[in-house]
Design a protein around this ligand. Structure first.
Ligand code: COA
Length: 259
């Protein structure tokens, strides 16, 4: 498996583990449509390749991801079901083999919602999770409107999704979102160590166990991703999101009083 020409997503396969590194540090690892396509392709390839048993997704010691690239939201809005971001969401939410995430620094928007589809999550003590969709005039995605309340209960999900308040690694551990907190320099190493343990186990057992664990929710998640996607696409071009995106670009606070 090779890394695509675009170096913003690095893909490396070794000893039955495919590691995806988000590598757009100057833009805080925010995702463009091109990056979602590369991610979706990497997931599809790893899913099909019998030599791959485990997937690891990691960022940098200082940043996991600032979520969707806001300029890209304006240039190539994901306002149709075939948009690369939806390919990525479908690929990660149905990925049959174990996924390990290593998260340090901010994990914003899809940087957090993608974690709902990961199986083991190791976080640096600097990890900060946030889903500020409402603050951007849009709505949750990647099935998070279903999975976040299931994980943490309605009221705590409301703080995360309605207020869009960030929460740190210790809260994430208490909520059951992550498995362990380590110093940022150790997160990727731990993820690889755990991946090697999984890679040594029989793949058919891993796949069947994960399938059974997720069976009760699978259809609901697929349906929710679709429904959220339709709303999200509509809301992207509405005045609230336009104001939020302009404000981000102009480095000012948004003014929602007129929308
Ligand atoms: N889309 C596009 N560019 C982004 C971005 C995003 N989501 N997040 C950060 N960047 C860019 C900044 O515009 C800046 O670019 P510049 O150097 O050309 O001005 C660069 O990345 C560094 O970002 P900065 O905000 O200065 O870094 P920080 O360390 O102070 O803060 C974050 C990091 C992640 C907390 C902050 O960048 C942030 O909140 N980003 C927006 C997150 C967001 O709303 N995402 C959408 C979720 S749906």
């Amino acid at each position: 498996m090779t890394t695509p020409d675009n170096q913003d997503i690095l893909i490396h396969t070794e000893a039955a583990v495919t590691t995806i590194t988000i590598n757009r540090i100057d833009k805080k690892n925010s995702f463009t449509a091109v990056m979602y396509s590369a991610l979706a392709d990497a997931l599809d390839n790893a899913s099909r390749d019998a030599a791959v048993h485990v997937l690891v997704i990691q960022g940098h010691e200082t940043i996991f991801s600032a979520g969707n690239d806001i300029r890209d939201f304006l240039d190539v809005p994901p306002d149709h079901a075939d948009a690369p971001v939806f390919h990525f969401m479908r690929a990660i939410s149905t990925f049959p083999k174990p996924i390990i995430a290593s998260v340090c620094g901010p994990a914003v928007g899809i940087g957090t919602t993608m974690l709902m589809h990961c199986d083991l999550i190791y976080a640096g003590d600097n990890a900060a999770f946030s889903m500020p969709f409402v603050n951007l005039g849009i709505c949750p995605e990647a099935g998070s409107s279903l999975l976040v309340p299931q994980l943490m209960g309605h009221q705590r999900a409301a703080e995360a999704l309605l207020l869009g308040e960030p929460f740190m690694a210790e809260t994430a551990l208490e909520l059951g979102l992550i498995n362990r907190i380590v110093p940022p320099s150790e997160a990727n190493v731990l993820a690889q160590r755990q991946a090697q343990k999984l890679a040594a186990k029989p793949l058919t057992s891993l796949i069947e166990t994960k399938r059974l664990m997720k069976k009760g929710n699978a259809a609901l998640v697929a349906e929710r991703i679709e429904e959220e996607g339709a709303s999200f696409g509509r809301m992207l071009s509405a005045p609230a999101a336009r104001e939020a995106f302009s404000a981000f670009m102009e480095k000012r606070k948004p003014d929602f009083s007129k929308v």
